[in-house]
Each structure stands twice: as structure tokens, then as C-alpha cells.
Write a protein that binds this ligand. Sequence first.
Ligand code: ADP
Ligand code: MG
Length: 462
Amino acid sequence: MTRETWGKVREQLRASVGQNNFSAWIEPLEFSDLSDGVLTFLVPSVFMGNWVDRYFRESILTEVNAGGESVRRLAFRVRDSANDAHDPQPAREAAPEPAPREAAVSLPSFAQTGAKLDEKFTFSSFVVGKPNELAHAAARRVAEGGAVSFNPLFLYGGVGLGKTHLMHAIAWELKERSPEKRVLYLSAEKFMYRFVQALRDRDMMGFKELFRSVDVLIVDDIQFIAGKDSTQEEFFHTFNALVDLRKQVILSADCAPGDIEGMEHRIVSRLQSGLVVDLHPTSYELRLGILQSKCQYFAQQFSGVVIGDGVLELLAHRITGNVRVLEGALTRLFAHGSFMHREIDVDLAQECLRDLLRASDTRITVDEIQRKVADHFNIKLSDLLGPKRNRIYARPRQIAMYLSKNMTDRSLPDIARRFGGRDHTTIMHGIRKIDQLRVDDRQIEEDISMLRRALGGHEAPA
Ligand code: ADP
Ligand code: MG
């Protein structure tokens, strides 16, 4: 393969990955060489190589091999880097590991049965907010490793809300506080794998001994074994044996014990006998907190990248689901910042994250808010927007102003224009008024939360 053939393949990739991805990730790759089935590129940063390898490896291999080459693997070398010039390090090895890698399980030994813990998933990197404070407190308590007070601890919640993070944090903390304790963390899938393997190797004794010899057993995503009868049965025995021995068991699932489909009734009730806590969907404040904390972490890796005012707020406002997606967005911004050498301002962020923002675009307009508020209070839209100062109009008007500020990205002057060309200080006054009233006027608080729900909004900036 030559630089030219790579140029041709690259054009194919433009079509298969899309223009945005192409300019961000494929275009900056510089062909270096191809030997022994390893295609090497020069890249601007370790991070970028890692990213491309993770997300575009398949596409690249497919296109390159379709062009008649036989490439097995990609490698990345950082270009123009003084310390790398003589001792090229493959980017994929130098880069931070993005996801926990599971240990190999060829031997039935303790260390190899568990999964590797992710170094980033500790209590200190876990941001606590209203939606997760209970789960966090319970996890902390269990991690103290004192007398077992609730067993099992059952954590549940939607994808990407921090279950795995908390479980790793517990394991790290226990290892630190009581290194003599045998703490085993693994996914339910891995549990099943070990079980099937033990059946095959006729080593059920070894299997049982192993799992019954732990001090703390942490099993992630147990919804996985529901419906898998013999695995479920064995899990139940293991679990009972440990609880009877007063050994701590910590489990997670994507829903409450009673809602796991295919989970046997007696197991469900045993699961419910401990402490069941859920991680709620994130709030705006929590998302912003997580972004701020990740920002500090990334800032060390990408020195010189500047994230402008309002960018984190934009992300927290518009990407409302999975925290993993939020992190992905931030990573992408830092990556862009680092190879474009430009401050990431709101416009650039919007451009760069267009796909993500579109997917979670539940943007509410001032117009919609005004109509909903008028409906809610049974007044005419013209009165809501008009000059009447009577409280039956003025209060709803202020609420509409308040919601417009909190549920949209509009600036005060912009909102003022949409409220019949009022002055922006009037809007500010209205918002402040509602802020004050909310504190002890239950009715207003209720009206606001009803309206928010009706508008399909998530918790908005405070
Ligand atoms: P789950 O296991 O619930 O699907 P994870 O624990 O894998 O979710 O979390 C997904 C990602 O989001 C991880 O990178 C994790 O570090 C991050 N994350 C989730 N919640 C928080 C939080 N409260 N503080 C910091 N990071 C978080
Ligand atoms: Mg998980």
C-alpha cells in the first residue's frame, strides 16, 4: 500500500463514516507504512490514535481490505513529538485504557475469575447529587467494611447512571481499607461463563469453593442471568451461602428486583431482603457537576485546550440521558480543541456535537411556554403578553418569563423581545420574583413543576 492508495481508500471512508467524522478523525491520519498486516498512521496525539482505533477501526479495515490489502491491525504513532521521535510508541498502548478490561479466565484461580477494576471508577471521581445520593451513601457504607448491616446491597438504575462506577469504587475502597479481604468483582455474564466452564471441566467443586471463599462478592448486571435456569440456580446457591456466612454481597441490575423478567420469585424476594436503592436519572445540576469534574481531569491530559463559557451548560442542558454520552461529548470537544488549537466556544461545540445534540434535542421554545402557561391559567395569550398589570395576568406572565429563562437557551434581551418588546430588566425582575415566591408559596411551586412536566422538560438550570 502506498500513500496514494490510502488516499483512494480515504475517499471511500468519507462516504462510509460521514463528512463530520471524516474531517475530525480520518482526514488527520497520515499514512506511514504497512508491513506484516499492520497499517501504521501518524497522528497528532495519542488520544486521537486511541479514539480512531476504538471507533473507526472496523470501518478502516473494511475499506482497506476491500481495496485488496490484507491488514489485520492498525497502529498509531504520534508525529512531531520530540520525545517520541526516536522511540515510537504505539498509541494504543500509551493511551489511557478507556474501559475496564476483563481478566482472562483460563484457570480457575481467584484473581483470574474477577474482572479488572477501572482505576478511574473511585469514590473521589464520583460526583454526588440528589439523584444518586442514596445509592452513593449506601455504597460508602458498605465500603467501610464494618459489620454487614444490609445484605445484599442491590443497586439498580438505567444505563450509564453510575452503577458500575459505584461498584468498582466499593471494591477499591475495600481493598485499601482491608487488603486481607478477598473482594471479587465480576459481571453476571462472567459468572455464567465460569459456571459453564466448571460444568464442562467437571469442576463444580472448584467453582463452589472459589465463590464461597470470598469475603465480598460483587456481581454487576445480574439481569443477565435471569431466565438462564441452571446459572440462576447456581447463583442463588452461591448467594445464599455467602449471606448465611454473613459475607457482603453487592449486586446491580438495570431495573428493580421485582421487574427483572425471568427472575425466579424466591430469588427476587431474597434480593429484596437487603437494601435496594436506585440511581435516578440525572438532573441538570448533577450533569453540570460531572462535566466540571471531568473537565479538570481532561485538562491535565490536553493542556492548552480552553473550553469557553456556557459550553458545559449547553451540554448539561441538551444531553440529558446517559452519563457515558455526556463524557463522550466532552472527550470529543477536548480532542477537537487539541488538534484545532482553538478555544471551544458554544458555536464550535454545537457544530462539533451536532449529531448528539440533535438526538437529544427536546428544545422548548418561548412561544410554546407562553401558550402552555396561558392555557394552564386559563387566560388569553394576548393578555399574557399584553400590558395588563392585574395579578391574574402578571403572575402567569412572570412564571412564563421564569420558565423561558430556565428551559431555553435564550438570553434575557431575547426573551424580553418575545414578551411584547418589554425591557430586559422587567424580565429579570419577573424571574427574581418567582424565585422568591417559589420558596414558600407551594401553589406556585406546584404550578411550575406541572408546567415543566407538561412542556416535557427535564430539570432545568437553577
Ligand atoms: P452503568 O453501570 O450504570 O451503566 P457506569 O457506572 O458504567 O454506568 O457509568 C457510565 C459512565 O458515566 C462512567 O464513565 C462513569 O464514570 C460515569 N459516571 C456516571 N455517574 C457518574 C457520577 N455521578 N460521577 C462521575 N462519573 C459518573
Ligand atoms: Mg454497568
